[in-house]
Design a binder for this molecule. Sequence first.
Ligand code: SF4
Length: 714
Amino acid sequence: MQTIRTTCPYCGVGCGVLAERQAPDGEWSVRGDPDHPANYGRLCSKGAALAETVELPQRLLKPTLRDADGHLESTNWETALDRVASGFREAIAEHGPESVAFYVSGQLLTEDYYLANKLMKGYLGAANIDTNSRLCMSSAVAAYNRAFGSDTVPVSYEDLERADLVVLIGSNTAWAHPVVFQRLMAAKEARPGMRFVVIDPRRTATCDIADLHLPVAPGTDILLLNGLLAHLAERGKIDTGFVEAHVEGFESTLAAARAEGTDLDNIAQRCGLPVEDIQRFYDWFATTQHSVSLWSQGLNQSASGTDKGNAVINLHLATGRIGRPGMGPFSITGQPNAMGGREVGGLANQLAAHQGFAEADIDRVRRFWQAPNLATRPGLKAVDLFEAMRDGRIKAVWIMATNPAFSLPDSDTVREALEACPLVVLSECHAGTDTAAFADVLLPASTWGERDGTVTNSERCISRQRPFIDAPGQARPDWWIIGQVARRIDPDWAPAFDFPDSASVFREYARQTAFENAGSRDLDLSGLAGISRQEYDALSPTRWPVTGTTARETTTDGAAATELFADGRFFTADARARMIPVTNRGAASALTPAFPLRLNTGRLRDQWHGMTRTGAVPRLNAHRSEPAASVHPFDAARYRLRGGQIARIGNARGEILARVTLDDEQRPGSLFVPMHWSRLTASRSGVNTVIAPDTDPVSGQPEFKTQAVWAEPY
Ligand code: SF4
């Protein structure tokens, strides 16, 4: 039996996977890794089907160039890499460093992300590297940074199991993070007194464990959460000792919350909820010390997503429920390496190793990298970056492991941007994505099962992805491709990109987290800074910070041995946390008689992103085989929609087609369409065709959940 320990490539739970085969030429199977602290052997439907995706269809196998007539021609690596390097070099020479951009992905490994960030921000001289993680959790990053002075998730999966009250806000955990949901169900079975509150306009599968479901009206979350803060103050449930010792901004935040109105009947009416349900939620939160609030895209994917995150964090700071087992504000990430990307500076407004663009950070990063052209100001965030491409400011873009022509809002406009860009480079494992149609250079990248590196999951746990098959054709690791392009842009840069393997990239990244970091920054991997190739190969799942040991910091019963913020010290200049006054701004797009319905988008249980991997597994397609619009029977009757028939759904941006499913678990006035089908896989166009590019002013994250639309029979 051959067994390789690796990590699932889908969601941010980061489950450990054992890839196994009986004989050297046998077929691979997978099962959950019983020793991995994220899943202890569990897998969901997607993870359990991974063995069926080892040989993906439509692999991009060779470097490919588009000729002057628009035809794709295979070429060799030398020619393709030279073409990318000369294109970027010429764009910078003629138009300056801010005329080039990278758009990367939470699917990349940390090592890939690290080198992409180093090349763009340290050597090309701009910070125009952003990531599809911008669409996923950048509002949570901004909220944590505002509150703690650092992008620190201070909660673990064990904390969820230890809590007496778990509040799930804007999170269909049962489908989007299924193994965490399995753990929650098991915890409830072991401790039936444990309570769950689910705050979501839809009655989702997650409500199966809810003691209380609050189908809050779209765009009223902050009203509900501010009401809770005012209620806690009213009942004397503020931890005044903690607030006085460790928190700034309490009075102004409470005043802002009270200004929203404290009358429960009024809150209930505006949130569209029964007053007694709000009263019950407030009572449970007020009286349950061990409370975890878990949130996801329902809050993040909003034009006020950062404020929503801070509305949650405010509650935990006001009650001192942070830094101790079984409590805290927990943003769960969507992608397998959304957290790793944040760590190495994958967002346009960050530098590497959780550093920003303060003068001291710029100086430190410049010296560590000995960077000749360090970017000194933030770059363009995803939506702005593609807008800059459309209006001609971006002359060359390199897209890695993502499909923006499908996944960004207002996708027809994104397609125009790609069409307008003189040089589009795409590193991909799949030959036929929507974005590939716009690429001038296609670079075949290796993928799960072939790649070697690390990812960080939602609870700050670094795990290894290990290869167990050879990459097909000429596919290569992303970190290798990036290094090859760097040395071709300027041969003097070769030493800075001379890495023989992913372990050596990781070692440099770990050293950077420790560089001039005497406890001043949360992310510290000094314990891994000298890691050898053998230790890297054997690395067991490890939660950061790792200061002096590579062992996972757990007690014998699996609980975190140390809780960040246990000492009440945060990473702001004065070590005090910040409560942030927030007010309810509602949904970004207004309902009108012409656009009377709210369109919500999200994941299905058995699919992942654009389905390039999960779509290849017949049994995963059995759950839902086509884009369906879930519509409440009340709305169906009102808009003449019949179950099983095709509906047109649209607004000023365009329209989509979807088969109607009558679903009384939708909130009347809202409909839900899954995100997974694109123009290529749906009959007309993907749902993001009709999503406006409304973004959060702090984080730049777009709103995907409350688009005003009309619907009618096709
Ligand atoms: Fe993979 Fe997420 Fe399922 Fe775990 S829960 S097996 S990480 S998709």
